[in-house]
Design a protein around this ligand. Sequence first.
Ligand SMILES: Cc1ncc(COP(=O)(O)O)c(C=O)c1O
Length: 408
Amino acid sequence: MKTPISRRHFLRGSALAAGAASAAPLLGLPGVALAQRAGRSRLKVDPEAATAQGLPPVMINANENPLGPSASALQAIDGIAPQGGRYLGELQQELEQELASQLGLKTENIVPYGGSTPPLQYTVMAFTSPGASLVTADPTFEAGWRVAESIGAPMHKIPLRKDFSHDVQAMCAADAKAGMLYICNPNNPTGSVTTRKDIEYALKHKPKGSVLVLDEAYIHLSPTAVSGADMVAAGEDVVVLRTFSKLYGMAGIRLGYAAARPDLLKKMTYFGINALPVTAMAAGLASLRDPDLVPQRQHANTVLRDEVTTWLTGKGFACTTSESNCFMVDVKRPAPEFMEAMATYGVFVGRAWPVWPTWSRITVGTPQEMARFQDAFAKVMAGQRGPLQLSTALLQDERRDGSVTAYA
Ligand SMILES: Cc1ncc(COP(=O)(O)O)c(C=O)c1O
C-alpha cells in the first residue's frame, strides 16, 4: 500500500534556500533575528495558498532536475525495492563494473557513494590541512570550502576569468604549498566550461604533491566539456567526482562516485566502504544503460536554457555562458532583493555568491516553470511585487549544531 505524503508538508520541507542572511533585514518578518544569528535563512510561501492563487511554487533554486529519474530508473527502483532487506553487495560490484567500463577504468578506480558530496568532502579532508591549502575558483560550488574551514586549511579563492572559465594559471601559482586544486567543470553556479587545454595546464603546473580534483557533477549536460577520467586511467594525481543528482534526476535517490588511483581513493576512505541504497544502485545502472537519456536531456536543457538567456540578455541583463542546467544573471541590484521579490510570485531562484553580489543563480526548470520565471522577472524589473505572503525559516543545516548538510 502506498503511504500518502502530504503535499503541504513535503513542499514546506523543500522550500527555497534563498541563502544570504542579507535577505532577512529586508523582510522584517518574524524569525528574522534568529535567522540572522544562525547566518542563513530561506524564504517560504504557503504552497497551498500559493497554488490557490494560481502561483504554485516554482523551485529553480537548487540545481535539481524537475524531470526526476528516467522511466527506466523508476522501473528499476520498483523492481529492486522488494529486495530492500538485503545489502546486495553484488549489485554494487555490477555498478562499479559498469562505471569502470563506460569510463575506460578498472573497478579499483571507482568508489560509489550516496551522492558526490561525501567524496568531495573526503577529498578536502584527505588532501588539505593547516599546512596544505585548498585552491578554488570564486564563484564555485562551496561544499569543499566548508570542510577546509572546519579543518583549518588555508584557502585561495581565485576569481573566474572574464569568460567565466577557471583561471588555471592563477590557480597553479596561488600557493606552492597547495594540497588540492578544485575545478568544477562545468562550474556551479556559472555553468561555464573550462577547456581540456586548461585542465591539462592545471595538471602539469599544479604544485608538487597536490591533487587535482575535477568535479564533473554537470558534465553530462555539456556538449563540449571533456572529462578527466582518462587522466585517472593514466595514473595521474587526479580525482574525478560525478553524481546522478543532475542530468539523471536522482538528487533525492542519492548516488555519486569518485574515480581515482587506488592509493588516492584509500586516502579518502575514513570509515571503510559503506553499503548503498539498493534503489539508488539499480536506478543508477538503469540510467547508465539507457542510451537516449543523456543526449535527450542534454538537448532539451540546452534549448530551453539558451532561449531564456537570450531573452534575458535581450532585455539588457548579462548572463554567464552556460553549458549546464544553471546560469547566473546580473540583476543589477542586490541579489537578495531580487530573490525576495521573485518569491512573491512563487518563483524561487538560486542564491548569490558574495563575490558577485548582484548576480543570482537560476536553475533551468520545465518550459512551464521558465515561462513563470520570465513573467515574474519582467514584473519584478518593472518594480512590481506579487501577491504572495513570505515567511522565513532556517536552513536545515543551521538547525543542527552547525554541522553541514548537503546543498546545491
Ligand atoms: C558542483 C557540485 N558538486 C557536487 C554536488 C553534490 O551533489 P550530490 O551530493 O547531490 O551528488 C553538487 C550539488 O549541487 C554540485 O553542484
